[in-house]
Write a protein that binds this ligand. Structure first.
Ligand code: OGA
Ligand code: NI
Length: 370
């Protein structure tokens, strides 16, 4: 019985993937029920979430620099303290006055929407599961590995992709957007370095956290006819040092599992960017910083599609396969011991991809101590 069901599921996954039109294609075809390949078991944390959400919120941090020199040191000190508190607890914060122009944020979101709302024939040439392609449009990177598929389509754009490789909707905006977010990433890494008691340049210069530039994952969450049966994104933590996420102003649905207690909304805040600590920073900081699990609930069928763009800071290229990361010796004070073994980001990412989003954190694979 089980193997018949398994064969049937595989056939359904293949049929869906072969359309190369994503979940958007299903919605355009007028589906009124969520196909079984997208069905998720109920989440045990859902019941606890309402009570918990009232108790925990995601902090908003104002990065505006102040010019009055007599206040600059105190202001900087305060900023580091805010970033430290967020990174050590909820693992998420939103930033305002971050330096990336609002007009560029708007153009980035419009590009994601435009690409996904073009006719399926225009999107199809970009649809691939070939990891060697630097621009990859696909529905569910882990479609054939995860226990249940997500109501989401994604286009990944690696930092080394040339504008001509990108769909026309992205060519004019992605290079500028990733350049600006990289500058913000440098600022955030300096604050996070100081929050760990390290030299401000440590994470960028010594650890190479900004090497290779950010990989961009642009997500499209079409409205879903039965949102309670599925998810936009299964719970996971990010295989990055740091992630900077742009979400649209209206729809919402991103939630963080704060303190393991319940799901807390990360509400859309116009003009803000969402920042979260990734797995590599949790590993390097020996669990001082938290790479908090998060998910996206499916968009109700009456709403507009939700769009987001995530910049993942992680090394690419030769550096990624040769350099291993482990808990930083300066942050492991005896009698404490390193809680993780060293691992290259290539090995970590390979494990994350092969495992798929299955509700377990990839970090556990490299953990030495509970
Ligand atoms: C991710 C992610 C959330 C979103 O890409 O890792 O968590 O809002 N995205 O799309
Ligand atoms: Ni994520």
């Amino acid at each position: 019985m089980a193997s018949t069901a398994g064969t049937d599921r595989l056939a359904q996954l293949k049929a869906f993937d072969d359309t190369k039109a994503g979940v958007k294609g299903l919605v355009d075809a007028g589906v009124t029920a969520v196909p079984p390949i997208f069905h998720h078991p109920p989440d045990p944390h859902d019941a606890a979430s309402n009570a918990h959400a009232a108790a925990a919120t995601i902090p908003v941090i104002d990065l505006a620099s102040i010019s009055a020199t007599n206040n600059a040191a105190a202001h900087h000190h305060q900023l580091v303290a805010q970033v430290k508190a967020a990174a050590e607890t909820v693992g998420f914060f939103q930033v305002v006055n971050h330096g990336v122009p609002g007009e560029l944020l708007a153009r980035m979101l419009t590009s994601v929407r435009s690409f996904n709302e073009e006719p399926a024939e225009s999107r199809r040439p970009y649809y691939t599961r070939d990891p060697a392609r630097r621009v990859r449009y696909q529905s569910n990177f882990d479609l054939f590995h995860s226990p249940a598929a997500n109501w989401r389509d994604t286009i990944f754009i690696e930092s080394v992709a040339a504008p001509e490789e990108m769909p026309p909707a992205f060519r004019d905006v992605v290079p500028e957007y990733t350049r600006q977010v990289r500058a913000l990433g440098a600022h955030l890494l300096a604050l996070l370095s100081e929050a760990l008691g390290l030299d401000a340049g440590y994470l960028q210069r010594d650890a190479g956290c900004l090497d290779g530039g950010p990989a961009l994952g642009c997500h499209y969450y079409p409205p879903c006819p039965e949102p309670r049966l599925t998810l936009g994104t299964t719970r996971h933590s990010d295989p990055s040092f740091l992630t900077v996420l742009l979400q649209d102003d209206a729809v919402g649905g991103l939630q963080a599992l704060v303190g393991g207690g319940g799901w807390v909304d990360v509400p859309p805040l116009p003009g803000a960017l969402v920042v979260n600590v990734g797995d590599f920073l949790q590993l390097m900081s020996n669990d001082r910083f938290k790479s908090v699990e998060h998910r996206v609930v499916a968009v109700p069928g009456t709403a507009a599609a939700r769009v987001s763009a995530a910049c993942f800071f992680r090394p690419t290229g030769a550096a990624a396969s040769s350099r291993a990361y482990g808990p930083l010796p300066d942050l492991v004070n005896p009698p404490e011991a390193p809680r993780y073994r060293s691992v290259t980001t290539v090995e970590f990412l390979g494990y994350h991809r092969q495992k798929g989003l299955d509700g377990r954190s990839a970090l556990d694979q490299f953990r030495l101590l509970p």
